[in-house]
Design a protein around this ligand. Structure first.
Ligand code: R5P
Length: 293
């Protein structure tokens, strides 16, 4: 097996290669002055099973193109099979039409990905249960929830879904934790402005440590408005867990200055030094990836 990395998350690819005791393969990624990329596979891959690690996190467009070209380079160099490890799948939140006239962006990128010659895809915690249906190729859909289990203290704590869409996730985690109690926040998001508000809470968080769990943190606003509501409803403190640290805009400042005590995420997306902050803890998915390759 040969493992290659795009430029989106080399630290993760390095960890996976260490787990598997296979050195990272050599790929040349050259960016022209106009931003276009030229990819060249430098290793011999004829009749080899190859793996490419490339989350399509921001900048999603550029990371997708790089992934497509690496797969194409491997295919043209005679690889026997190509597994794309895409721990975070960009555009997954636009998986259906919310308002008339919208494009289903995820379907477009999945179709393009499937036309590149990739053999298998590995993803983590996809946003909705319907997304796997979009794939015609084998999809290994993994979850970070089992990794979170070892980091959650059950005593006097309650799990919380920050929105209705996360109920399935919170029930699954509750089961993994021996039916730990959970609560659900009712969240509203204005599709035009992106503004979020936590409207209501079902469940009793009084005097407890509230542990909010989500698939991703983008601007951080969902977690922050949620934490404020939980504290207003009597929670003792708030911790948050999310698989994907998308960390857009000023999420670092928003989370740092919030009443949230700890933010736990995975390395599905690389968090550069300038986006890290004191309350942040990062758990690696490398072992899970290596085990499932
Ligand atoms: C939405 O349904 C997702 O599960 C997340 O709650 C959302 O994407 C987080 O976004 P933000 O951090 O910008 O509020």
């Amino acid at each position: 097996m040969k493992i290659f990395s795009g430029s989106a998350n080399r630290p993760l690819a390095q960890k996976i290669s260490k787990e598997l005791k296979i050195p990272l393969g050599k790929v040349e990624i050259f960016t022209f002055a106009d931003g276009e990329k030229r990819i060249r596979i430098l290793d011999k891959v004829l009749e080899e099973d190859c793996v490419v690690v490339q989350p399509t996190s921001p900048p999603a467009d550029s990371n997708y193109m790089e992934l497509f070209f690496i797969i194409d380079g491997l295919k043209r160099s005679g690889a026997r099979s190509i597994t794309a490890v895409i721990p975070y799948l960009g555009y997954q939140r636009q998986d259906h039409i919310f308002r008339d006239g919208e494009a289903v962006s995820l379907e477009v990128v999945v179709e393009t990905l499937q036309s590149t010659g990739v053999s298998k895809i590995m993803c983590f915690d996809l946003h909705s249960i319907k997304i796997p249906e979009l794939f015609r190729l084998p999809l290994v859909h993994l979850s970070a929830l089992p990794l979170f289990v070892n980091h959650i203290k059950k005593d006097n704590s309650i799990l919380v879904s920050p929105d209705m869409g996360g109920i399935r996730r919170i029930k699954e985690l509750s089961e993994l934790l021996g039916n730990m109690p959970y609560a659900v926040i009712e969240k509203n998001r204005d599709l035009a402005t992106g503004k979020v508000e936590a409207v209501d809470l079902s469940g009793d968080v009084k005097g407890k440590t509230a542990i909010m769990v989500d698939d991703m943190i983008s601007t951080g606003r969902t977690m922050v408005v949620g934490s404020k509501l939980l504290l207003k409803k009597g929670a003792k403190k708030v911790l948050v867990f999310a698989t994907h640290p998308v960390f857009s805009d000023d999420s670092k400042e928003i989370l740092e200055n919030s009443p949230i005590e700890k933010v736990v995420v995975c390395d599905t997306i690389n968090v550069p030094a300038e986006k890290k902050f004191k309350k942040l803890e990062i758990i690696s998915i490398s072992g899970l990836v290596a085990k499932n390759l």
